[in-house]
Design a binder for this molecule. Sequence first.
Ligand code: WT7
Length: 649
Amino acid sequence: MSYPYQIKDLAGYHEAYQKSIQTPDAFWGEVAENFTWQKKWDKVSDWNFKEPSIKWFIGGKLNITENCLDRHLETMGEKPAIIWEPNDPAESHRIITYKQLHLKVCQFAQVLYNNGVKKGDRVCLYMGMIPELAIAVLACARIGAIHSVIFGGFSAQSIADRLDDAKANFIITCDGAYRGAKDIPLKSVIDDALVGNKNIQRVIVCTRTRTAVSMLKGRDVWWEDEIKKVAAQGTQFVPAEAMDAEDPLFILYTSGSTGKPKGVVHSVAGYMVYTNYTFVNTFNYHPDDIFFCTADIGWITGHSYMVYAPLSAGGTSMMFEGIPTFPDAGRFWDIIDKFKVNILYTAPTAIRSLMGFGLGPVKEHDLSSLKVLGTVGEPINEEAWNWYNEHIGKNKCPIVDTWWQTETGGIMISNMAGITPGKAGWATYPMPGIEPVLVDDKGEEVVKTTSDEEPGILRGNLCIKQAWPSTIRTTYGDHERCRTNYFATYDNLYFTGDGAFRNEAGQYRITGRVDDVLNVSGHRIGTAEVENAINMHAGVVESAVVGYPHDIKGQGIYAFVIYTGSHAQDTHGTADMVRKDILQTVTRIIGPIAKPDKIQFVSGLPKTRSGKIMRRILRKVAEGELTSLGDTSTLLDPAVVDEIVKGVL
Ligand code: WT7
């Protein structure tokens, strides 16, 4: 496999960038020529941000799995597509070649057909990080069913909400999942989520931990039994459904500033072309490289850069079931050494947590196979960047700092390994096809620097001017929500929700969210969602949630809670018990990932006369900046601030 669209040097980047902005259709049309189409497109793009209506490769017919699997069989059927490392290093790893993966995907596609799944059905996947998850994803894509993967850390209630929103009719899950020293009872969580659900016709359960599970007659079937049936039928091949370029490929739920997660929809062709292009160019991927993305497939990073992009590029994708600190903090380094990984793509939070274990676990392993390092999910602090560069990359691997979002489908702003220069803490340059712009709160383009200390640096809200092939298409079931969330804040711009700096060289530094969304360990959590969950706890009158700097997670969750139950006032130390009860409630409603790190009980919240909570003040308190709270004169009751400051945790 070769990539004619692979950028070779800095001049090549500038050339590609110019072309992509001046003549985007010609540019992307040329890239798209390198894929397998059942029918070529009639027109490359047609879009407007008003509705929004975004279409790419209009009239084209294809199936992404033919691009990820079938087209590689002849030349590299024996090449490893997926290398899987289990949670427990004592268990054997698995190597799945393209030929084997193709067969498994076809067989499971037949299982889906046998169980009544049709093109356009929504199939929810709630599984651990085992190859069967990638197989299930691809099998859905093969028959044109829309997959919606839910991260294993979400609760039954969250799953129920998503099933309902997606009007899902099928579920694929596992009996359980291994994560470090824990076994997570996935099927049992699904059973809780399904109480009262009328839409789900079938639950397919893959065996992993062999924990006891209940299997309801007529609804639940075992993955392995179903595979045996298709093997007995002799199924070796299932034709790939002809998909329209704009047919939806998947729904992935993500948090916003309202209480309810949004189902971000990506469509087949644009997503395929853009993720492949950015994979090859950001990481400077060469066909024999072993690419290790440490994300979970439950997040967009896993969808794009563990499954679809590496496979559509005919690459080898490393998949790891466990966590970086199990059985010890050398696990990533052990995997890199064992499989001679060439490219490592991970999150700053993982780097920071591993830094805390010192160099011992690093030194035991040979990391000389590494050529390129990447980060994603949150801004990387200089200390973590330096450690990654020096101790993991041994000062010889470029680090790509890739900024993007669930909604963007693929990498938007990043340096390109060995092509464009990196800069600690800076995502740097836009990818070809991406035209960023910084605007002020009124939507005016920022052209003047506001800081004397850093001349030439512009600061603003980060927006994107033109559609790119993997732009979000809609939020499932509610297009208006997509419009108001992303396309209505500023006229004719996609608004990212992030703030950014731009320097005179045109490089970007992402400063973080400017809306009420937190980034905890690289995971997006809406403050309103956490507040809703806390408010469901009996005795809680009201709450306000803000982020604060956290050494490892990037941001921690700080909750101010008005509680009227008797326990908080009890003098026998039971406030701590109430805190635990509240954490339990949040775990039930959202999942453990949304548990506040700190809960402060207060008797009131700082509100304006119109009843709006002044989060600015709470943020300062949570950050420990108690002396510079700013103007509090517009508050309804300035005295609550004194109380809050006194009680700060
Ligand atoms: C938000 C998107 C994209 C995959 C993982 C997260 C933040 C992401 C970076 C980066 C600074 C980053 C932004 C963005 N973010 N990458 N390299 N530098 N911030 O996907 O859950 O959709 O979250 O993550 O705030 O808006 P997501």
